[in-house]
Design a protein. Structure first.
Length: 72
C-alpha cells in the first residue's frame, strides 16, 4: 500500500507545522510523520479501486459483546 500511495504525498513546508498550531488549525505541532499518515489515510479512503480490492476481514460479535480497540 505504501509503495503505491506514499509517492503521492507531500512534505511539510518549513514552519508549516508550527504555523498551523499557532493559528489553531491543529491542537499540537504537526510533524512530518503526522502529515504523511493523514495524507495516506485520505488517499486510501478516496481510492475506490483500493477500497474494492484490498484484503478485508469481517468480525462478528455476539449480541451484548464488548470490543475494546487500542489504536495509535
Amino acid at each position: 500500500m505504501a509503495d503505491s500511495f506514499l509517492p503521492k504525498t507531500s512534505s511539510l513546508l518549513p514552519m508549516q507545522g508550527w504555523l498551523m498550531k499557532q493559528l489553531h488549525i491543529t491542537k499540537k505541532m504537526r510533524t512530518e510523520y503526522d502529515r504523511r499518515m493523514l495524507q495516506l489515510h485520505d488517499l486510501v479512503k478516496a481510492d475506490i479501486h483500493y477500497q474494492q480490492h484490498s484484503p478485508q476481514q469481517s468480525v462478528n460479535f455476539m449480541p451484548g459483546a464488548t470490543c475494546i480497540v487500542y489504536s495509535d
